[in-house]
Design a protein around this ligand. Structure first.
Ligand code: HEC
Ligand code: HEC
Length: 273
């Protein structure tokens, strides 16, 4: 009988070339279950466990030194996603967080990581929580169009200036934003609320938009969602009743203008931000 040499020879050859596992992972990646957990486990162990803990409990060896603390993945309560409030994040949301990191916290970006590794590690993170088996992410809720349509293309900046002025007024009055975030009616800005905690009990202060980069609301749409719905698991509330969708857009313009002011100050000679 002729021995069935074909497949094993091919397999040996692939192994010798060192591409067997990559191919297997790529092949599995085409299926519905994503790449094999083993790749995700390896990446997780290598790049995430020191902070998020080998068991995904947010208690890795480095965690005690960090503020805010690394997320505990077991409950599956993740904050930065594009779905409606309470939704589990989609794979795309998680991949984005892992790619970009979370500015102003210890959570690093991973632009150097291969896409395959990033996808695999996201599946590993999901496997820590039963929520991802029981629920599916709800689709990103639609963001209404900006009524100050495309002010970035408005050469005189009139629509933009009007939106910023409206947002500034709302922020300091009816929006209630300055109850927690600093007030910018004075220079230097007023103090922010100093005792806001997240659901894990760690101190998580409202950002000062003249000093801090936004964590995830780095697009106008992302900002609109964060302001409309709040950030689940933190003190950041949904916008007060009675503010219209257009007024939320005005707040978006205002917060973005503070971000631009921050960058301008950083680049000013001798500026400290
Ligand atoms: C140096 C420590 C550190 C490392 C390493 C690290 N993280 Fe994080 N991670 C954090 C911290 C701190 C937070 C919480 C930030 C916050 O609450 O704003 C976080 C938050 C997260 C979140 C939560 C996002 C949400 O929506 O709530 C995810 C997902 C995450 N990390 C995945 C990973 C993955 C995957 C890796 C490895 C590739 C990793 N992290 C490596 C510190 C780390
Ligand atoms: C009760 C306190 C409180 C009020 C009121 C409040 N915020 Fe926040 N806000 C927070 C906290 C705390 C965070 C930090 C959340 C985090 O780090 O995940 C935050 C975060 C944010 C972010 C950052 C999202 C990111 O990606 O980094 C924006 C933008 C924001 N708030 C805008 C507003 C606006 C506009 C208002 C008024 C309509 C407002 N907030 C009212 C407490 C508050």
């Amino acid at each position: 009988m002729r021995p069935l040499r074909g497949p094993s020879r091919a397999g040996r050859l692939l192994r010798e070339l060192g591409i067997g596992t990559a191919l297997a992972a790529a092949a599995a990646g085409c299926g519905r279950g994503g790449p094999p957990a083993s790749l995700g486990e390896r990446v997780y162990e290598r790049d995430c466990a020191s902070c998020h803990g080998a068991a995904g409990d947010g208690a890795g060896p480095a965690a005690a030194f960090l503020d805010p603390r690394p997320r505990d993945f077991r409950a599956g309560r993740l904050r930065y996603h594009s779905g409606p409030p309470g939704s589990v994040p989609s794979d795309a949301d998680l991949e984005r967080v892992v790619l970009r990191g979370i500015p102003g916290t210890a959570m690093p970006g991973s632009r150097w990581m291969s896409e395959e590794e990033r996808r695999a590690v996201v599946q590993r993170v999901k496997a820590f929580s039963a929520r991802f088996r029981e629920e599916s992410p709800r689709p990103p809720a639609a963001v209404p169009p900006d009524p100050w349509a495309d002010p970035w293309a408005d050469p005189w900046g009139r629509a933009h200036d009007a939106a910023v002025a409206r947002g500034r007024a709302l922020y300091h009055a009816r929006g209630g934003c300055a109850d927690c975030h600093p007030s910018y009616l004075t220079d230097p800005p007023g103090d922010r609320k100093r005792d806001t905690k997240d659901e894990d009990g760690s101190l998580l202060l409202p950002p000062d938009f003249l000093r801090q980069r936004l964590k995830v609301a780095d697009t106008p749409e992302g900002l609109w969602r964060a302001i409309s719905w709040g950030v689940g698991g933190t003190a950041m509330p949904a916008v007060p009743e009675g503010l219209s969708e257009g007024e939320v857009w005005a707040l978006v313009h205002y917060v973005r203008s503070l971000g631009r002011e921050r960058t301008r100050r950083l680049w000013r000679p001798g500026g400290t931000g």
